[in-house]
Design a protein around this ligand. Structure first.
Ligand SMILES: Nc1ncnc2c1ncn2[C@@H]1O[C@H](COP(=O)(O)OP(=O)(O)OP(=O)(O)O)[C@@H](O)[C@H]1O
Length: 282
């Protein structure tokens, strides 16, 4: 594998008796967009919190850009940008001051900071809203401000936790484009998502996590190929769907079934359900 941007080795985290992570092994190459998919309670947020230095693991190691997140937390933190799931801009401050504050916290020299704020406002399409109080922005624009802020100090790795949750389809696509553009500019991206479509569209590789472990990993097309490209689904919604490599094999199986069945192309959601026994969004 190419140079590694994010790595965890046997990462373990317990909350009392709850084993949130049970030896999680993860490797994201520099320059990748890696999607982290898992049902509720699988351990996605816990993994991201450890990688972004907010929580300590009970055992195992985690490195971001080569820095150990426990013993070299400040260095690791400086090389990463984080977009949390919940909107956390300062509503009372202007768009500009939200960015300025972040630049100051990262000790960016003033001239560099100001130039970079202009660049980021342009990048996310908020230059015209520079002086608006952040509270006046729509949900989608607030999310763009959070992305501008996360990228301001020039991190090489960007963590996004459910970056488009609750946004309409058009706004979601705009955010995807920003993520792609920052990736093209060299930023490694790790994003957790519940949206299968988001993982399929955006991510070069996807890791499926369940019960605190990675249970499958690969390019979306590889995961589909492994499971079988066609699904036979009982039309009454009862009973289990089955995967087949070709439409012909699927049709043969459907013909042998007692009840009516539908044959369709498999998608990542089918793979997810067959692996975890759960829907992505319950
Ligand atoms: N602070 C905490 N105290 C106790 N248990 C916790 C805490 N945080 C998480 N857990 C438990 O750890 C497990 C993993 O949770 P985590 O939030 O990492 O999952 P997740 O995949 O992000 O889920 P979701 O998709 O619902 O956000 C769950 O069983 C959860 O209830």
């Amino acid at each position: 594998m190419a140079e590694i941007a994010i790595e965890t080795i046997d990462l373990t985290k317990n909350y009392g008796r709850v084993q949130a992570l049970r030896g999680l092994n993860l490797r994201v190459a520099k320059g990748e967009i890696y999607g982290f998919l898992g049902p509720n309670g699988a351990g996605k947020t816990t993994t991201c919190r450890i990688l972004t230095t907010l929580t300590k693991p009970n055992a195992g190691q985690a490195r971001v850009s080569g820095f150990d997140v426990i013993s070299q937390g400040p260095q690791a933190k400086n090389g990463m940008g984080v977009v949390a799931q919940h909107t956390n801009v300062d509503g009372e401050l202007s768009v500009y001051h939200n960015l300025k504050l972040h630049g100051m916290l990262h000790k960016m020299p003033a001239s560099q900071r100001e130039a970079r704020i202009d660049e980021m406002l342009e990048f996310v399409g908020l230059a015209q809203r520079r002086s608006s109080p952040a509270r006046q922005l729509s949900g989608g624009l607030k999310r763009r401000l959070m992305i501008a802020r996360a990228l301001l100090h020039g991190p090489s790795v960007l963590f996004l936790d459910e970056p488009t949750v609750g946004l309409d389809a058009q706004t979601r696509r705009r955010i995807w484009e920003l993520i792609r553009q920052s990736n093209r500019a060299g930023v490694t991206i790790m994003l957790t998502t519940h949206y299968i479509e988001e993982a399929e569209n955006l991510c070069q590789r996807v890791g499926i996590i369940d019960g605190g472990r990675i249970i499958a990993e690969g390019a979306p097309a590889e995961l589909l190929a492994k499971a079988g490209r066609f699904v036979v689904e009982p039309s009454d919604g009862q009973g289990q769907s089955r995967f087949f490599e070709t439409r012909r094999l699927a049709a043969d199986h459907a013909a042998s079934m007692e009840q009516n069945a539908t044959i369709r192309r498999a998608n990542l959601e089918d793979v997810f359900i067959s692996l975890t026994g759960k829907k992505v969004r319950p």
